[in-house]
Design a protein around this ligand. Sequence first.
Ligand code: SF4
Length: 460
Amino acid sequence: MRGSISISRVSFLAKKIVKTTRNQRQFSSVAVQRNNEVHSSFENDPIDITKVSVARPRLEQLREKLKSTTDSLDSYSTKQTSKPNPLKTSNLSWKQVLNSAKEYYGVEEDIQPNQDMLTDTFQRTHSYLRISLGERCNLRCLYCMPPEGVPLQPKDSLLNAAEIDRLTSLFTAGGVDKVRLTGGEPLLRKDLPEIISSIASRPTINSVGITTNGITLSRHLPTLVEAGMTHANISLDTLVDSKFTEITRRKGLSKVLKAIEDACEMLPKGNVKINCVVMKGFNDDELRDFVQLSKDLPVDVRFIEWMPFNDNGWNKDRFLSYQDMMTRLTYDEDGNVSSSRNGLGPFELKRLVDGANDTTKWWHVDGYAGRLGFITSMTQNFCGTCNRVRLTADGQLKVCLFGSAEVSLRDAMREGASDSDLSLIVRAALQKKKFALGGHGNAEGIKKANNNRPMTLIGG
Ligand code: SF4
């Protein structure tokens, strides 16, 4: 009968869950190991696409197997207790989440924030916090918002500097050591230096970055670096002046390019990145020109697979995969150089070793000052090592970029929640985190669900 479950079934599922969890750990470590093998096989070798295609099917099999295992974990976890599960209902008020969490975990006294707070059901620990500082932007990108902009929340709905400081304190106590400030455009926040300074002053923080469109970055750089900013990611999708103006509905390409140069001068090598979202028919004719930017400048150029967000026009016909980008960069059929407006020929790329929680697959052109990276969220997601949580500008905690579940830490703070309460809410929210891509499976699944915020209101 629907909704009921026998004792023997519970026992069977309990055994299964132990076994599948063990298997899942094994699959994870095998997948990581295989990944490392693939990486090290490319280290110091020119790209060999044959090696990529030999390694890929095995990784795909492991991913499929891991996915079915985690699906079974999900279905089991709904049945294991008759207590109200705070982890299974989206978008409850913070009080509902807190009360359910207290009952679920049997918590009667105040607790101190610790690493348990930021560990999910897949034993992933979350040490990277991304905070959106606002919804406003000084560009009007065609694929992001209408010419008149989007309806904005009143300023007092957004987290203020003191609230950001309190939440940073909470998350650092839970193990966060890296923070990125996003938007909207974070440089439009007048209190940005103050926010950076308060985050950077925490002893366990070792990285404070911003993601910006770069239009006004040059002007702010000295103050921000002085305040403690360590990294800058600059979004730039075209190097063609007229296309930049057409797409962003504003002039400014020369300012962005200047900002990239200035940031490279003021920040250590490896701490300045260009983020370029690649779309067929839009900028796929500029791939090699982007790589060329890293020839003399110590800037890392990252190509990002286009991801579906609510109403951003994503469609598979305009999607360009990592493998297709790689082919365009390294190979010319019959002398076809259509991947460069400036007639640059194919590159010989060398694979580099990626960091432990890196979202980027890193490559390098011999003799170039910067690196080349790919963010392959749609074709080879990196969710297995995800260490990211997000706060929207209005203080909603989002545990996955593609998950629609949110809980308001802003409301909790403004209505008197203690740090103990906040840490329980965060812990409960993390238990809802799906293994990959918000549980939607793939890009088509994300597009179909269409239940997330637009990227500009998440903060990327
Ligand atoms: S899609 Fe979700 S789980 Fe995957 S890396 Fe992004 S935030 Fe992490």
